[in-house]
Design a protein around this ligand. Structure first.
Ligand SMILES: NC(=O)c1ccc[n+]([C@@H]2O[C@H](COP(=O)([O-])OP(=O)(O)OC[C@H]3O[C@@H](n4cnc5c(N)ncnc54)[C@H](O)[C@@H]3O)[C@@H](O)[C@H]2O)c1
Ligand SMILES: [Zn+2]
Length: 378
């Protein structure tokens, strides 16, 4: 692996420590065209199946294909429509069928080139194909570079809810190429950034201070700053995942803003009206507002988050979303979320910036009060 240092442009490497399933995340600029070389170093030279979406394929597939060809790695390309709708049983079956037609072997590699949708779908396919074949991720959105490509959660959606079918399956390699973010729409960049702020809010107040100070550079997409943000976020997630791979405990902290967020996403039908990261931003506002309401968190911390989200063009009020909200249906969604134990809600609450904790028995009444406040705020 160390030989790569000579053949690849400067990049940071972060090792995710998971025993024999450990792997490296490469973070830097212009890495896509070196993917073939990086795979070769890991002896991932069997036939390769690239799964990507139509938008990403148009912009970035050619460079990837070229790098595989340069290393004599044979490949097939499977393109799916962009969007959450592709995380479905129908699409999974279609992909598996298309791969099986080409007689894959255990030495074959499934390569995800795309955002979290392509990553989750491809990772799940890799985990069940021939009972598990090599999986490589090239995340192309900020969200997937800082979150979904780390930690091994894969899956698809069903009519019963999001991500309810899936597996834990670790990739052999993740290539986070910052240059790919230049083609990403501003709105997607902002949405992914909500997950970055999440890590700071969970347990790293200094990181939040730094993010506040760098706000201008972040919106300007300064590559050095982006690289630092991605490295720091992957490191934060990798540390939590290394401690608790299967979410028996501390990993639940990563759900900060997500139980509220998922309810909002469900209400808007997982549509363009509200992106996942936007739902996380709103959900984070709600988790901190509830924490303030319960007397756990100082109001000034909530105000700081509000200011930072606003500056980063993230929604902070339900009225920022083109939807009609209903407290009862939102509550219903929250109770359908998989993080419910014994009728009481398990929520991630906070004692302030960098001080999130798992609250295991949150009553419905204060949550209802909070939702009523949020729904009527204009
Ligand atoms: N597995 C996990 O741990 C985990 C964690 C967080 C989120 N997720 C999942 O991730 C998904 C959301 O991921 P996402 O936000 O990356 O969305 P996405 O994959 O839908 O990508 C967003 C949009 O950006 C486009 N796009 C992607 N890369 C681009 C680029 N470089 N240039 C231009 N356009 C580009 C895509 O075509 C798509 O239209 C959700 O399904 C969510 O459940 C999973
Ligand atoms: Zn998320």
């Amino acid at each position: 692996m160390h030989d790569l240092l000579h053949t690849l442009p400067s990049c940071q490497r972060l090792r995710v420590e998971l025993g024999e399933r450990s792997y490296e995340i490469m973070i830097g600029e212009h890495l896509l065209s070196h993917t073939g070389a990086a795979m070769k170093e890991l002896s991932l030279t069997g036939s390769c199946f690239i799964v990507t979406d139509e938008i990403v394929a148009a912009k970035h597939l050619a460079a990837l294909v070229q790098s595989l060809t340069a290393e004599n790695i044979s490949y097939e390309v499977i393109t799916v429509p962009p969007g959450e709708g592709s995380k479905s049983f129908a699409r999974l079956e279609n992909i598996l069928g298309r791969i099986l037609k080409h007689k894959p072997e255990r030495s074959s590699t499934l390569l995800a080139l795309g955002g979290g949708v392509v990553g989750d779908l491809t990772g799940f396919a890799a985990s069940i194909l021939l009972r598990g074949i090599n999986f490589v991720q090239i995340p192309t959105t900020l969200l997937s570079q800082v979150d979904s490509s780390v930690g091994g959660k894969t899956g698809i959606n069903t009519t019963h809810g999001k991500n309810l079918i899936g597996s834990f399956y670790q990739p052999r390699l993740v290539v986070a190429d910052i240059s790919l973010l230049t083609s990403l729409p501003e709105r997607e960049l902002a949405a992914g950034y909500a997950e970055v702020v999440k890590y700071a809010l969970i347990n790293d107040a200094d990181f939040f201070d730094w993010l506040e100070a760098q706000a201008g550079n972040i919106t300007r997409k300064d590559p050095e700053i982006l690289q630092q943000i991605i490295y720091k976020s992957c490191q934060a997630k990798a540390m939590i995942v290394a401690e608790d791979e299967r979410e028996g405990g501390v990993r639940a902290l990563l759900n900060l803003g997500h139980t509220f967020g998922h309810a909002l996403e469900a209400e808007t039908g997982f549509s363009e009206k509200l992106l996942h990261g936007e739902a996380v931003a709103l959900g984070t506002m709600m988790a901190f507002s509830l924490s303030v309401q319960l007397g756990l968190c100082p109001q000034r911390d909530l105000d700081r988050i509000l200011r930072h989200f606003t500056m980063m063009r993230l929604p902070t009020r339900l009225s920022h979303v083109p939807a009609i909200w209903n407290v009862d249906t939102l509550l219903n969604h929250m109770f359908q979320d998989k993080k419910v134990e014994g009728g009481k809600l398990v929520l991630i609450l906070s004692k302030g910036i960098g001080k999130a904790f798992i609250a295991k028995d949150v009553e419905v009444a204060p949550v209802r009060t909070l939702l009523e406040r949020m729904v009527h705020q204009h």
